[in-house]
Design a protein around this ligand. Structure first.
Ligand SMILES: Nc1ncnc2c1ncn2[C@@H]1O[C@H](COP(=O)(O)OP(=O)(O)O)[C@@H](O)[C@H]1O
Ligand SMILES: N[C@@H](CCC(=O)OP(=O)(O)O)C(=O)O
Length: 367
């Protein structure tokens, strides 16, 4: 899907081999991905963490200093290495790089906000890649945005991005921290504003990362407010940027409920992975295909797979033909009890009136 605007954020651990040195090989793979997407019409802003980690690596410091003046100085050293690394890689493909350092007032003050937006838009128009970071060397505690996940979400809001890709050292958001909880499972899809996500996500625990998953979930919630989709994925996965931006299901997809209809349907149409199947009767198929209706539980014959609310599922008729795809309002378990029943009967069974549609028409595409 061309003409899409994305913000791609890379965390310190991925950019600096966990703080030891700049990850130039990985950087060159991300740059190749970004260049390939740009040639298809994508506009991409990079938010690059790693100034402090790169500074620590250059000075061979094992531990992150606590003092703000030390952090400011180290970030100033690391930032120049960081942007040079991006510039060297993009230069090989003849793509200009622009260093954009932002702080709190650039986003909170209306005039500066408009300035920052205009500058980034002009850069995109010039087919340059803005490489954004917080202006750490002048950021004190009081004016710090603090973490680049939320900075990336603010930039996504600033430029009305279609998507925000947060690349990190895990495959996505798990039901617990996989470093400490071996039973934690990867969440492939959810709505960004679901409260359970806040319980799953905790801090970083690494020497160089700052916010962990908590700041990624809060960034996704912020991005979702302006209809932006967030994907959290592993920076080390092959061609991860290309796959995430072209709608292949990677990592965790955190959906905005208010995502503009056209963009949401395009994204759904390009979505390759699914978590289950709903088998529907002939009447339901006709309503979906001919009237563009939502799918109601009464038309569902059976469900296959173990999916959660918000997951992407295939819709299949009783003859086995897959003809649509959509985002479910209920889990597989809930639908097993609701299948074939009218909304009135379901309300009687549950003792309350649930959402009427199993899949709302805005979240459904015919294939
Ligand atoms: N529910 C969770 N799922 C995955 N990772 C989690 C979760 N909760 C906390 N984490 C931690 O978040 C880390 C990623 O965040 P962070 O270290 O800040 O990386 P980055 O530098 O990429 O932003 C993981 O390595 C992991 O330790
Ligand atoms: N601005 C800081 C990065 C802050 C930050 O959020 O880091 P990370 O959690 O690795 O994305 C730096 O460049 O070191």
């Amino acid at each position: 899907m061309a003409n899409q605007r994305w913000v791609v954020k890379l965390g310190s651990s991925s950019l600096t081999n966990h703080g030891t040195s700049l990850a130039t090989q990985a950087l060159s793979a991300w740059v190749a991905d970004i260049a390939a997407l740009m040639s298809q019409g994508y506009e991409i802003v990079v938010v690059s963490s790693g100034a402090v980690a790169a500074g620590m690596a250059r000075l061979q410091m094992a531990d992150r200093p606590a003092q703000i003046s030390q952090l400011q100085a180290i970030a100033a050293i690391g930032q120049s290495d960081l942007v040079q690394a991006w510039r060297d890689e993009f230069a090989q493909l003849n793509i200009p790089v622009a260093q954009v350092l932002l702080n709190h007032s650039d986003i909170s003050n209306r005039e500066r906000y408009l300035n920052a937006r205009a500058a980034i838009q002009v850069l995109l128009g010039l087919s340059a890649v803005p490489v954004v970071n917080e202006n750490d060397s002048v950021a004190t505690d009081e004016i710090r945005l603090g973490d680049n996940d939320n900075l990336a979400a603010l930039v996504a809001n600033l430029i009305d991005a279609d998507g925000l890709l947060l690349l990190t050292d895990q495959d996505g958001l798990y039901t617990g921290n996989p470093n400490t909880d071996p039973t934690a499972e990867l969440i492939t899809e959810a709505f960004a504003d679901e409260d359970r996500l806040l319980k799953y996500a905790s801090g970083s625990g690494s020497k160089v990362g700052t916010g962990g998953m908590s700041t990624k979930v809060s960034a996704a919630r912020l991005a979702a407010r302006s209809g932006t989709l967030t994907v959290i994925a592993n920076a080390a996965a092959p061609q991860v940027i290309q796959r995430a931006l072209t709608g292949v299901s990677v990592g965790t997809q955190l959906l905005a409920r208010s995502i503009p209809l056209r963009a949401r349907k395009q994204w759904l149409a390009g979505h390759i992975q699914h978590s289950g199947v709903m088998v529907v009767d002939a009447g339901a198929r006709k309503h979906l295909e001919q009237n563009g209706s939502s799918l109601l539980p009464v038309g569902i014959v059976s469900v296959q797979g173990d999916f959660h609310r918000g997951a992407c599922v295939l819709i299949q008729d009783e003859g086995g033909a897959v003809f649509a795809r959509g985002l479910t309002n209920f889990s597989a378990l809930e639908l097993q009890d609701m299948a074939g029943k009218s909304s009135r009967v379901i309300a009687g069974l549950l003792g309350f009136e649930p959402e009427r549609e199993a899949i709302h028409r805005d979240n459904l595409v015919l294939l």
